[in-house]
Structure formats: C-alpha cells, structure tokens
Design a protein around this ligand. Structure first.
Ligand code: ATP
Ligand code: MG
Length: 552
C-alpha cells in the first residue's frame, strides 16, 4: 500500500525543501530517545516516520540518545533501544549521544552569557515559578537578571566546577518575561545536579535542560528536519531563538500527533511502574505495548511497520483502536505462519476399530494460503488422539457439527470418524470419547462418498509433545486508563493472562524458534516464548484468528 498512498505532511515539507534546493537537497533526520525506558509502539511510529522519510528521499537518520538527565538513564535502556530499532528493520547513519556534546553545549552557553543573553539566577524553583507570572499576567524580573556578563561568566564556571549544591543556582536565557509564550519567559538552560552519568561519569555536575540541549544537538549534527510530537509546538520559538542567537546550523522543528492506543498506557513512567511493581513480567512482557513485548508476543517487524503506515501522520491527536494493530499482525501471519496442530484443552479420543500399536502418517501443507503450500510435513496418526474438550458435547444443540454420540466429523487431514460413546469420571468429567473410523475416507484419497460438516484438529497421543500455552488479553479494562479517576493501575485487567499448563502439540513444533509464527489450526497464531526450554516448551498466543473482543 505504501506506493499508493498520498504524501504525508512531513513528506510534503521535505519535497518542497528539496525542490527549493534547501541544504543542497540533503535530508538528515534523527530519532532521539531518552534512554530511561524501553521503546513502545508510539516510538515505533516516530521511528518509521523519521527513518521512512529519510529513506524515501535518499537521506539518512541518526540515532541520538537524549541522555541529558543523569538520574533516570541506564545502559540497559540504550542496548534495548538499539536492538529494537534494528529489529524494526532500520539502520542509523550514526549512533550519537547528547552527552557527547556537553563541552560544546557549555561553550554555547558561555557564548550566550557573553552576548548578555543568559544569566545565573539564585532563586528557588518556587520563586522562579512565582516570578514567571501566568499566561494572562506578565512575569517580573529579579535582581539576578541584571548581573554583569563578568559575574555571570564567573558564577557559571563555578557552577560547573562543583562549587554549589544541587538547586542553588540555574542558568537562564534572558529573553522576554512578558512573552505570551511561557516557554520564552527566561527558560532554564542549566541546572546543578551532582549525579553520576552513564557515559560522562562524574565529569559534570551541571546538566543542560531539554530545550537547550535538543535544538543545539540537532544543529551540531546538521539535522535538516527535526520531527517531534505536538506538545513541542510551544517550544519551537525557543528552539529557533537559540539557533538564531548562536548562529549555528538552522535545523527546523516539525510536529506531528503522537500515537495513542486504547486499552494500554504508553508513558514510560507508567510502564516502569508496571515493571517495578510486578504487574507484568518485565518490560518485554507480551502484554506490554513495548516493542520488545510485541516481539515476544509474536508480532513481526513488518506488521508493526504496516500498522504505522496505516495510522498515517496527522497534526491532530486521536485514539487508535488496538484492533488495528491486531488486524495488521493477522494479515502478516496469515501469509507467513505455518499451520500446525495443537490441542490446548485436551481430552482423549480412542478409535476403537483402529489396530492397537499401529500408526501411520498423514500429510499437511505448511501454509495453504501460499502457492505451493510452502512444503509440508508428515503428521503421525494413531488409535489414540488428543482433541479439544470443547469439540465434544454430551447433549449437543442443533447444528453442533462437531463430536456427539452418533455424529460424524473429519479429523483434519486424516479420516472421518463416528462417535459411538464416551466415559465419565465420578466428578462427571468426560475422560474418554470412543469412535469408529471410515477407512475409505482418508484425506487425499477419499472414496467414501460421505460428506461431513465439521473438521476438528487432533494430536496423536503417543507422539505428542507437551507445552505450556499462554493466552493474553488486554492489559487494561478501560480504553484510556490514564484518563480515569484515581490511579491508572486500578484499571488493570485481572484476567489478562490465562495459562494452559498442559497442551499437546504435534512433534514438529519441538523445532519452533522464538519469532517464527505458527497458526495453531482453529486456535490462533502462536510463537515460542523466549524463556521456553526443550524440557518445558512455552508458547505465547500472538492473536486470535478472528477479532474476539467484546466490550464488557
Ligand atoms: P515518555 O513520555 O513516554 O517518556 P517521551 O516522548 O519522553 O515518552 P522519548 O524517549 O523522549 O520519549 O521519545 C523519543 C521520540 O519518540 C521523541 O521524538 C518523541 O516525540 C517520540 N514519541 C514518544 N512517544 C510517542 C508516541 N506515543 N507517538 C509518537 N511518537 C512518540
Ligand atoms: Mg522525553
């Protein structure tokens, strides 16, 4: 579909710039995550946009870690971000760190002080907030605002040299305390934080604020199109102001609507709470909206790219239905997943007229959706089979085309059988189902002339492997947990994980690897969990075959 769609508004801007010969037609974008958490599906939208636009116009994209806040950042996050971007299928031109620019940024700040455009302020955060005024009332200056250039230079250097405790002073840009844009009312450029940084160690005890670091980092790298989300629109005049006053490369900022997805949360702060408070099994829990969670769940890079393409790039925020994400993975797996038989809730079926000890193999294509079927495999068949408990009914309603005494069904790729009886235990649970088979009805060579309405899947008892199967539902019970009263965690779905400890799978599935999708016939799409072992196979359900979600 990508060839067919019209340009998004970022592409329109880029085409116009190229047409006008801006930057010699060069396109350089960046993806700038803060390494304070794992990437989520919202980041995937930003990645697909930044890398996609650059690719389309022969440009490149930098991966820049926006690591200016030492307290929350970690190398674990850096590594996961790199893995996720690569996995999505993108290659960055340069791996860069805003912290590598600390010396340059310091020099930029000194430059602004020299121009009389920045000053050291000793006020407390409360005083600064108070003096800033309100959107309807102008702010007022304080005595520090009139400090001389010399004094500011000396104090800023002393800040850098660690002569003051955290919070004692800040460096502020001297812009306009009456500006209708609150971001222009002498914003803070640097704060004192005696904290260890994951890359610069203890070299620095002053750290630049986002607004000062971000645009300057863009300019240092000569980014042509700096794409970010809508909440940065009011920051744009400040972005431009710093660049103009410093006379550095004129990067430009453009804003698009972030992705909001229902039945989940996307803020890293909230996702971190789910992890640290053990609501989920880590950042890559298959219920998480993280890229690593989606990967472990069985989503493919192509399905996520397709999703990002379908939601488009808009200038107004909206809420996307997670059903669209599920649609995209079904579309992909329908074409790529191999069909296998697995019985999730087993009950035994015995074919009483099939010789004991005998077995044979029946043939099944790997993927009937694809021409040639992508090959196939031999599946062992014998007298005793596991079938799904729900495929038998003691007292069937009309039009129940599966097993009930007197009914006939086809065993997928094998024979037609007729149900003759069953056995129950004392508690009333069905323990065995008895059938006879029609030898002439073997699939591929059926001369029986019998037509049956139902086909059920099965796994041969002596050949079956066991596995744990994990079924997932939405992590939250409400569409927008962040927008409800109280704590978002009150809205967690208590039934988001359903474990089937004792499923039976056909022997071929013992060779499954994480990331390869399988369709368990009639049961959905599954992939091997990353913590699965040969002794204890674990499969995750990626998605059901059909949209089964009903609003409760
Ligand atoms: P959070 O608020 O969850 O911490 P963030 O925006 O602070 O997210 P960053 O690491 O700063 O996370 O984001 C890196 C890039 O990804 C930014 O350019 C940001 O605009 C973009 N991004 C983050 N969340 C979304 C989203 N939901 N949709 C689209 N882009 C997003
Ligand atoms: Mg951020």
């Amino acid at each position: 579909m990508s060839e067919e769609r019209s340009l998004n508004f970022i592409e329109e801007i880029v085409e116009e710039d190229i047409h006008e010969g801006k930057h010699g037609g060069r396109v350089l974008t960046r993806f700038p995550p803060e390494p304070n958490g794992y990437l989520h599906i919202g980041h995937a939208k930003s990645i697909c946009l930044n890398f996609g636009v650059a690719q389309k116009y022969g440009g490149q994209t930098n991966l820049r870690f926006d690591d200016t806040n030492p307290v929350k950042e970690d190398v674990e996050y850096v590594d996961s971000i790199k893995e996720d971007v690569k996995w999505l299928g993108f290659e960055w031109a340069n791996e860069l760190y805003a912290s590598d620019y600390f010396d340059l940024l310091y020099a930029f700040a000194v430059n602004l002080i020299r121009q009389g455009l920045a000053y050291v302020d000793d006020s407390t955060p409360e005083e600064i907030a108070e003096q800033k005024g309100t959107p309807t009332e102008p702010g007022k200056g304080n005595k520090y605002r009139n400090r001389s250039v010399e004094e500011n230079l000396r104090l800023f250097e002393e800040m850098k040299n660690g002569q003051f405790p955290d919070g004692a002073k800040v460096l502020r840009a001297k812009i306009d305390l009456a500006s209708p844009n609150m971001h222009m009312r002498d914003p803070i450029m640097y704060r004192i934080k005696h904290a260890h940084h994951h890359r610069t160690g203890d070299k620095w005890c002053i750290y630049p604020m986002y607004d000062f670091a971000h645009g300057e980092s863009d300019a240092i790298e000569e980014i042509t199109h700096s794409v970010c989300t809508l909440e940065f629109i009011p920051h744009r005049p400040l972005y431009d102001w710093f660049i103009e006053k410093l006379e550095i490369f004129p990067s430009k900022q453009y804003e698009f609507a972030r992705l909001n997805l229902n039945y989940t949360v996307m803020s890293k702060r909230k996702l971190l709470q789910l992890v640290t408070e053990n609501y989920v099994d880590g950042w890559d829990d298959p219920r998480m909206p993280t890229i690593s969670g989606l990967r472990r769940r069985g989503y493919t890079p192509a399905s996520i790219r397709d999703f990002c393409e379908r939601i488009g790039v808009a200038k107004r925020e909206n809420m996307i239905d997670v059903g669209l994400l599920e649609f995209c993975i079904r579309e992909d797996l329908n074409k790529t997943a191999w069909r296998r038989m697995a019985v999730l809730d087993p009950v035994k079926l015995i074919i009483t007229d099939y010789p004991e000890g005998k077995s044979e193999t029946v043939f099944n294509e790997n993927n009937p959706e694809v021409e040639g079927g992508e090959g196939g495999r031999e599946i062992p068949f014998s007298r005793e089979l596991w079938i799904e408990r729900e495929d038998f009914m003691e007292e069937p309603p009309k039009k129940f085309f599966r097993l009930a005494v007197g009914n006939m069904v086809r065993l997928k790729s094998a024979y037609i059988v007729k149900c003759e009886g069953f056995k129950k235990d004392e508690a009333g649970n069905i323990t065995e189902i008895y059938c006879t088979h029609i030898p002439e009805s073997r699939s591929g060579n059926d001369t029986s002339g019998i037509n049956v309405k139902g086909t059920i899947h099965w796994v041969s008892v002596p050949h079956a492997k066991t596995a744990e199967v994990r079924l997932y539902d939405r992590l939250f019970q409400v569409e927008d947990p962040s927008n409800e009263d109280g704590d978002f965690k009150e809205y967690i779905n208590p039934n988001s994980l359903h474990i089937l400890p004792n499923a039976y799978i056909e022997p071929d599935l013992a060779t499954a690897v994480p990331g390869k999708g399988y369709q368990f016939i009639r049961k959905g799409y599954f992939t091997l969990d990353k913590n699965s072992t040969p002794d204890k196979l674990v499969f995750n359900r990626t998605v059901t075959l059909k949209d089964g979600w009903v609003k409760k």
